[in-house]
Design a protein around this ligand. Structure first.
Ligand SMILES: [Zn+2]
Length: 429
C-alpha cells in the first residue's frame, strides 16, 4: 500500500470576530479540500477553526478567507516534512535505547503490544494483560489490569480507554505513561530498587508524591485499554497518519467505522452519528455493536461490573484541545452540578502539575443529544450504571494538533495522572 503523502500540506488556524459569517466559513471549508480538525460546535462557539489543507491550494484559499475578514495563521508549514522528521527522530531514539523501553516515542501497535506483555511479565504480582477480542485485521484488543488481580475483590474499578481514534497518538502514549508511573511508584514487593527505573524517570521532577500514587493503586483496581483501535492505529503508522476510524470493510465501499459512535444508546439517531456514508470520517456503521472493538469493550465492562467492586468511573482519552468533558442527564440538575464541580477540580489539578490550562466543559445532554457514543453507553446504560465518565482531550490546542511532538508525552501523561489522583480523592469520599 502506498503511504499517503502529506508533503506540502499546511495546518492553518482561522479566526473571525463576526459570528454572522460563521456558517459561510463552514460552507467554504466543507466545499473545499479541507480537513477540519475542530469540532463543529467549537467552530461556532469560538469563531475559530483548525484545519489541514493541500499546499498548492493553501494560498488561494487563504486569500478567499481573508476577503471575508478572517485572520489566517499558518501553524505547520509542511505536514509531510514534519512527519518525516518525527519518523527519523523515533528511529534514532529506538536505536539509542535497545534494552529499556523509551517513553518519549510513539509506539506502533506491535510495540505497544510487546511493551504491555513485557511490563506485565515483570510486574506479574500486580498487573496482567487481557485479550478482549480481535479486530477485522486479526489484531488482539488488549486490556491492561493493575491492582490486586482479584476480580471478586470489593475494590472499586476505574476504566480508562485510549486511542479509539487512530490519529490521536498522544492518547495511547499518555496512557502508557500512566501505567509506567503507577507501576514505577508502587515498585516490587521484595525489592528496594525498581528495575524499571532510569535516570530520565527520576522522582524529583514528578508532579506528585510516591505516596499519592501508591494510595491510588491501593484503593482501586485499574483497567486500561491502551489502544481501542488497533487496526486504525497501525494504519496511521504505516499508511495514513491522519486516519481516524478502524479498518472495517463496509462492503468494499470505503474502509472504516468510527468505533466511538458504534454504541447502542441513541445509535444513528442524532448528531455526528447520522451519516450513512461509509466514506465519512464519522461513519458509525449500520448497526450498533457490529464492530469487534466496541463489542469487546462493552463485554469487558459488563464482565468487570458483574463481580466484586463496581466500576466507579470510566475515562475515554482523546486529543486534541485540552479539555475535560463530562456528560450529564438532562433530567437531573444536581448531577449536572456535581459533574461540573468534579470536572473543574480535575482541570485544576492538571494545571497544578505543569501549568497547562484545560477547559472543563459539558459535552452533551445525554438524553436529548446522545448519538451512539461510547461515553453515552458507559454513562447511561441500564445495568452498567457507571456513575462518572469523562472524555479527556489531551494537548495541545492546535499548534501541532494530532502531530504533537513526542517530547511532550511525559508531561501530558503525568498531568493526566495527577488528575486521576484527584479523581481518586473524590471517589473515596
Ligand atoms: Zn477522538
Amino acid at each position: 500500500m502506498d503511504i499517503v503523502d502529506y508533503s506540502g500540506f499546511k495546518v492553518l488556524t482561522a479566526n473571525w470576530t463576526d459570528s454572522s459569517i460563521s456558517s459561510d466559513i463552514v460552507k467554504i471549508l466543507e466545499s473545499n479540500l479541507v480537513e477540519i480538525w475542530s469540532d463543529t460546535d467549537d467552530i461556532y462557539e469560538y469563531k475559530s477553526v483548525k484545519m489541514m489543507v493541500p499546499g498548492d491550494f493553501a494560498s488561494e484559499f487563504t486569500v478567499r478567507l481573508r476577503e471575508k475578514g478572517v485572520f489566517v495563521n499558518e501553524k505547520i508549514a509542511d505536514v509531510g516534512a514534519l512527519l518525516e522528521a518525527q519518523k527519523e527522530d523515533k528511529k534514532s531514539k529506538m536505536a539509542e535505547n535497545p534494552t529499556t523501553f523509551a517513553y518519549d516515542v510513539y509506539y506502533d501497535y506491535d510495540e505497544l503490544e510487546e511493551w504491555q506483555y513485557k511490563v506485565a511479565g515483570k510486574h506479574d504480582f500486580n498487573s496482567k494483560v487481557h485479550e478482549l477480542g480481535s479486530t477485522f485485521e486479526g489484531r488482539s484488543i488488549l486490556g491492561f489490569e493493575m491492582g490486586d488481580l482479584d476480580i471478586s475483590s470489593e475494590k472499586p474499578k476505574i476504566i480508562v480507554d485510549c486511542g479509539v481514534h487512530a490519529r490521536e497518538w498522544i492518547g495511547p502514549a499518555a496512557c502508557r505513561q500512566f501505567i509506567h508511573e503507577m507501576l514505577h511508584n508502587v515498585g516490587y514487593p521484595d525489592r528496594e530498587i525498581d528495575i524499571l527505573s532510569d535516570e530520565s524517570n527520576a522522582m524529583a521532577g514528578d508532579p506528585y508524591t510516591k505516596a499519592e500514587m501508591v494510595k491510588l493503586f491501593d484503593d482501586f483496581n485499574w483497567f486500561v485499554i491502551l489502544s481501542l483501535n488497533p487496526d486504525g492505529y497501525q494504519y496511521s503508522h504505516d499508511v495514513d497518519r491522519m486516519w481516524r476510524k478502524n479498518r472495517a470493510d463496509n462492503n468494499h465501499v470505503c474502509r472504516g467505522v468510527d468505533i466511538n459512535l458504534n454504541f447502542p444508546i441513541g445509535f444513528g439517531e442524532k448528531g455526528d452519528s447520522q451519516t450513512t456514508n461509509p466514506c465519512n470520517f464519522e461513519y458509525p456503521s449500520t448497526q450498533s455493536f457490529d464492530q469487534p472493538e466496541a463489542k469487546a469493550y462493552a463485554d469487558w465492562l459488563e464482565l468487570l461490573n458483574e463481580q466484586g467492586g463496581k466500576i466507579a468511573a470510566q475515562i475515554s482519552v482523546h486529543s486534541f484541545g485540552q479539555k475535560v468533558k463530562y456528560p450529564y442527564p438532562s433530567d437531573d440538575s444536581d448531577k449536572k452540578t456535581e459533574m461540573k464541580t468534579v470536572t473543574d477540580e480535575l482541570t485544576k489539578t492538571i494545571f497544578d502539575a505543569f501549568g497547562t490550562s484545560y477547559t472543563s466543559t459539558e459535552f452533551n445532554d445525554i438524553i436529548n443529544e446522545s448519538g451512539g457514543r461510547l461515553t453515552d453507553f458507559t454513562f447511561h446504560k441500564d445495568g452498567l450504571n457507571i456513575p462518572y465518565s469523562w472524555i479527556y482531550e489531551l494537548r495541545d490546542t492546535g499548534d501541532y494538533g494530532f502531530l504533537l511532538p513526542p517530547k511532550y508525552i511525559k508531561e501530558v501523561g503525568q498531568e493526566m495522572t495527577k488528575s486521576f489522583i484527584s479523581l481518586g480523592n473524590y471517589l473515596r469520599n
